[in-house]
Structures are given as structure tokens and as C-alpha cells.
Design a protein around this ligand. Structure first.
Ligand code: ATP
Ligand code: SF4
Ligand code: MG
Length: 354
């Protein structure tokens, strides 16, 4: 085991980070109690770095992305630290956050039509977006910047005065990305940007992400179910389960030798050309109002041990480039006697019912 870097960090010194997230917690108030959708998350992003975020549905990926941007719905609360350009974004007011979003921080959603106004031409969308953040920009300059952004997305200038409904779904998605990029943000959260797109458009968007990084040093948190995209586009990958990042490391390393049983099971359940039979992880992610004790994955984990339901796993660094929260990797001195004995299925079921 190597010496751990600073807690929750795999990218070296804090001052070089584009973004640093420390102990971020986000919860939704509900009648049944708080839904702990993000429960003590740490990660860093360097300029030009793309971090992929994966995990089953309901594990808290979108909540994390929105929490970082201060874009939570009413009733949600956040605590912890999201450090960006010397400020803790969690402490900023909605108004202060609004002024940071756009020119500094961008967001790409899955649903393009929610941001495109059907009554406005594409040209008006670009002019309005640019004017909000750069009030003095001339119409000619706005057009120049818009056409440049559209060209980058493979949309011809002849479509500049079209309305959103005149575009296909894939084109609308690219339009929305162009609208985000026209402001040249230094950090972007992209939540499922290629879901529902065909593979050609998907490939095009991945190319754009690479260009962005190369040309503008843009850092990105890329949320996706598509592990192929992570492998293609991301430097590092973080695996999320029940509001926690359970493993993080270089994408290639995590994919070739996953350290956490959840990562391993998630990779096994992905369909590939070499897939011969379908594998699925038994059970479902837990109810985040009342998550299982200890390691929240223990009711589904094929490797569960006696220590797992009793104690929260500790973050360890099996290699200098990988961090994982799983008792399989120690630390040995925190595991009580007999703690490494396998947890019998019956014990897991009883623990669930308790
Ligand atoms: N507005 C809300 N009020 C209450 N609970 C919510 C709200 N939004 C999300 N949740 C809950 O928070 C948890 C995390 O949801 P989130 O949407 O972040 O998951 P996700 O990983 O993005 O899932 P998916 O892959 O399906 O997009 C889930 O248990 C969800 O039910
Ligand atoms: S801590 Fe235990 S239950 Fe959790 S993933 Fe590791 S082995 Fe499985
Ligand atoms: Mg989501």
C-alpha cells in the first residue's frame, strides 16, 4: 500500500486544481425524513481534466452535479466545500452563483428542450446568452462567437436563424452544448450529455470534449451510464454508490483492475461485444432515507465480511492512483478480530430486516 495523498485527492497539490470538493453533503427534505443523496463526497479536478462519474440509477450522480453548481431544487440542502477560484460555492447566495454560472461554470443537461425556447430563433438564444454575461458585446461579435461555437458542433451557419423545432434531437443536444461553450467556461458539469443520441452523434460529442480540453483547458465532470464513453473520454473515473464515491482512479486502471466489488460488478453487468451472458447485480441501490449500516453495499456484496455491516469503510489507497472505500483493502489495524470472516447470506438478510 502506498502513502496516501491528501484526503480524497488523486491530483496532487490543491492550488493547481480547477475545482476541489470536500465533504460535500446534499439532502432532500421529505415526509419520511432526509434523503441523503450525496453523503460526504471528495474529489478534485485539474484544468483540462475530465472526471467521469458512474453508478446505478438513484446513486446521487445528478444531485452531486447540481450540488456542485448550486442548482438544487427547493427543499434540498447542501453542506461542505466546493472550492472554485478561491471561493466556497456552497456558501454563495443564489444571486452570486448565477453570476458565476455561464462565464465560469457551465452545465449541459440531458434534456435540450428544457433550455431551448421554442419561440426563439437560435440566433436569439445565442445573443441573449452572451448579453446576460457580456452586456457590451456587439451583434456582429455575438454572431461571430455563435457561428464559431456552432461550427465546433458540426452545425452549419445556414441554420443560425432556424427555430429549435427545425432541428433533430441530436442537433438540439449539440446546440445546447454550443450555447454552454460559447461563454468559454473553465469548468463544466455534463449530465448524461449523450443519452438518447445515436452512436455517430455520440462519437462527435466525445471529439468535441477532447477539443475543449485541448483548446480551452476546460475541466469537466461527466456523468454517464455509458462506460464506453468514460473509457474514451475521461482521464479518471469516480464510481458512486448510495451517495458515496466508493472508488476513484485513472479510468484505464479502474476498468482493468477494479478494487471495489461494486465497480467490478458494475463492469460485469455492462453489455459489450464480448458479452456472452447477461450479468446483473442482485437487489437494488438502497433507500437513501434509511441506508444499510456500515458499508451500504453489504446487502448486495458477494465479498461481504463480518466487519462490513458494523463499521463504515475507511478510504485507502491500494496504489498511488486509486482510492477505494472497502474493507477488503484494509486498513488491517481497524478490522476487529474475526472481522474478515465471510458474512453468511442469512446474516445479511437478518441485518436488512433489523
Ligand atoms: N427533488 C427530490 N426530492 C427528493 N428526493 C430526490 C429528489 N431528487 C432526487 N431524489 C433522490 O435522491 C437520490 C439520488 O437521485 P439522483 O437523481 O441524484 O440519482 P442519479 O444517480 O442521477 O440517478 P439516474 O442515473 O437515474 O439519473 C434518489 O434516491 C432520488 O430518489
Ligand atoms: S466493505 Fe465489505 S461489503 Fe463493502 S464492498 Fe467491501 S467487501 Fe463488500
Ligand atoms: Mg441522474
Amino acid at each position: 500500500m502506498t502513502t496516501p495523498p491528501r484526503s480524497g485527492s488523486l491530483s496532487g497539490e490543491a492550488e493547481h486544481d480547477a475545482l476541489s470538493v470536500r465533504d460535500l453533503r446534499v439532502w432532500y427534505g421529505t415526509e419520511r425524513g432526509p434523503v441523503r443523496a450525496v453523503d460526504g463526497v471528495n474529489f478534485n479536478l485539474r484544468p483540462g481534466e475530465i472526471l467521469g462519474l458512474v453508478g446505478e440509477s438513484g446513486c446521487g450522480k445528478s444531485t452531486l452535479g447540481r450540488g456542485v453548481l448550486g442548482l438544487l431544487p427547493p427543499g434540498a440542502k447542501a453542506a461542505g466545500e466546493v472550492r472554485f477560484r478561491g471561493e466556497n460555492l456552497v456558501e454563495l447566495s443564489q444571486k452570486q452563483m448565477q453570476s458565476r454560472r455561464g462565464p465560469e461554470i457551465g452545465l449541459i443537461f440531458q434534456e435540450p428542450m428544457t433550455r431551448l425556447n421554442p419561440l426563439m430563433r437560435i440566433s436569439q438564444h445565442f445573443e441573449e446568452t452572451l448579453r446576460v454575461h457580456e452586456p457590451d458585446i456587439s451583434t456582429a461579435e455575438a454572431k461571430h462567437r455563435a457561428l464559431e461555437a456552432l461550427r465546433g458542433m458540426g452545425i452549419p451557419p445556414t441554420r443560425y436563424r432556424n427555430y429549435p423545432h427545425e432541428f433533430s434531437g441530436g442537433m438540439r443536444q449539440r446546440l445546447m452544448i454550443a450555447l454552454t461553450l460559447v461563454l468559454r467556461p473553465s469548468f463544466i458539469v455534463a449530465d448524461e450529455p449523450t443519452t438518447a443520441l445515436d452512436v455517430l452523434v455520440e462519437a462527435q460529442i466525445i471529439r468535441i470534449l477532447h477539443d475543449l480540453r485541448r483548446n480551452f483547458d476546460t475541466a469537466m465532470l461527466l456523468i454517464t451510464h455509458n462506460l464506453g464513453i468514460i473509457a474514451e473520454a475521461c482521464d479518471r473515473v469516480a464510481v458512486m454508490y448510495a451517495g458515496h464515491i466508493v472508488e476513484e482512479g485513472k479510468a484505464r486502471q479502474v476498468f482493468s483492475s477494479p478494487a471495489h466489488p461494486y465497480t467490478r460488478e458494475l463492469l460485469r453487468s455492462t453489455i459489450s461485444l464480448r458479452t456472452t451472458g447477461l450479468h446483473y447485480i442482485p437487489g437494488a441501490p438502497p433507500d437513501l432515507v434509511d441506508a444499510p449500516s456500515g458499508c451500504t453495499f453489504h446487502p448486495r456484496c458477494p465479498d461481504a465480511m463480518r466487519v462490513c455491516p458494523d463499521q463504515d469503510p475507511v478510504e485507502v489507497y491500494p496504489t498511488g492512483n486509486q482510492r477505494v472505500s472497502c474493507w477488503l483493502h484494509g486498513p488491517e489495524d481497524r478490522i476487529p478480530e474475526g472481522g474478515r470472516e465471510p458474512l453468511a447470506r442469512q446474516e445479511i438478510d437478518l441485518a436488512d430486516e433489523a
